[in-house]
Design a binder for this molecule. Sequence first.
Ligand code: URP
Ligand code: ZN
Ligand code: ZN
Length: 480
Amino acid sequence: MAKLIKNGTIVTATDHYQGDILIEDGLITGIGLNLSREGAEIVDVTGKYVFPGGIDPHTHLDMPFGGTVTADDFETGTIAAAFGGTTTVIDFCLTNKGKPLSQSVQTWHQKAEGKAVIDYSFHLMIAEINDEVLAELPSMIHDEGITSLKVFMAYKNVFQADDGTLYRTLLEAKKHGALVMVHAENGDVIEYLIKEALEAGQTDPIYHALTRPSLIEGEATGRAAKLTALANSQLYVVHVTCEEAVQQITEARNRGVDIWGETCPQYLMLDQSYLEKPDFEGAKYVWSPPLRPKFHQDVLWNALKTGQLQTVGSDQCSFNFNGQKDLGLGDFSKIPNGGPCIEDRFSILFSEGVGKGRITLNQFVDIVSTRSAKLFGLFPKKGTIAVGGDADIVIFDPNAKRTISAETHHMNVDYNPFEGIEITGEPVTVLSRGAYVIRDKQFVGEAGNGQFIKRGTYVSFSSQVTQPKKETVQGGTPYV
Ligand code: URP
Ligand code: ZN
Ligand code: ZN
């Protein structure tokens, strides 16, 4: 049945205005004032914002990691995402050296099919470049629609790839129209620092942070940026936590490198002192890269405001405190890395960002939805409110107040890292391709209704932003 969303304030990355939205067959078919349509269900949203559905560019659902498997799978994870205003997730498909990429993709499809309640897509991890991988990549990108490739520069002996692999991935990505993503930390140095700490009897969670200093996140970010310049390719740095990394990204952009940066709610809201909580509670706050001293938060907010960083992903990678995080009791290096943020990403950014004047309402939409749609080949089908696009829509009450808590969240995990934080603004109703998933704060969706989305190839830097071109950059020479 057609739906007519009436009397709301429609907000996109560029505009906000009063208007009605007509939805038919899962698509937005009309936008205007005083729209009418015989037989349509009228949804009166007076006083509410109408946002495009959030796009979470960074999730790990049903992922084996750290000797265990994430607590949220594609069902619980996407239900929680929907409660939080997200209507598309892009999850990381892990691959195994020596095995076909297609096999890993098949495995990830099996994890999601019949479970996801909202739409989803995959990024593809690249662990090695060899003849088999080179032969498979074009079809992964062009036939499977998996147009982003992830390289880990950390997690030695687990996921880490060497610089040669990163460089060759950048070259292939450029050739075939994919975006390379990096986890930028220096895994070799970290391995040494961890060994040194453990030998000195430093086993508590805080040493997780102290053995992964911001300097080497900056170093790895700069290295990746320079390899990108050398390959004349394109790069997206995931989960940026610190001033050093922001500086490297900014410098590279100013030199004309096609580089983008993402941060996450935890780095904007929490700091390194959380790892010092007593009774091993610090383990709840173990992410890689780690939480940083508090001053980095202002750097990250400022980077979002000024466009030096462009997106906020959840890096959803949930592990229960009891039974999973406690694998690292007595040895911080065995604490599974990651936390649950998929549900609160959107509202935290609204409350702490728009509500506190750090970003504008339009920037908010760009950061939680539109920019990811553009970078990852989903735009304009997703990531905005436009005629012809999918009716992925969030009806948002900007005045609702709530306190974040594991007691009330919908993630399948026994704690919430933002426990007790009061936020203003909440999704009330969420539509995925025109169908209710959340209606008046109740889940009404269905496992399996989420569809895999084949994404378009990467659209380059110059057409996404107005930036000085290499030859016009003042005060510096291009890298290459
Ligand atoms: O600690 C984190 N970030 N866990 C998820 C895996 C990753 O590195 O993104
Ligand atoms: Zn990572
Ligand atoms: Zn991640």
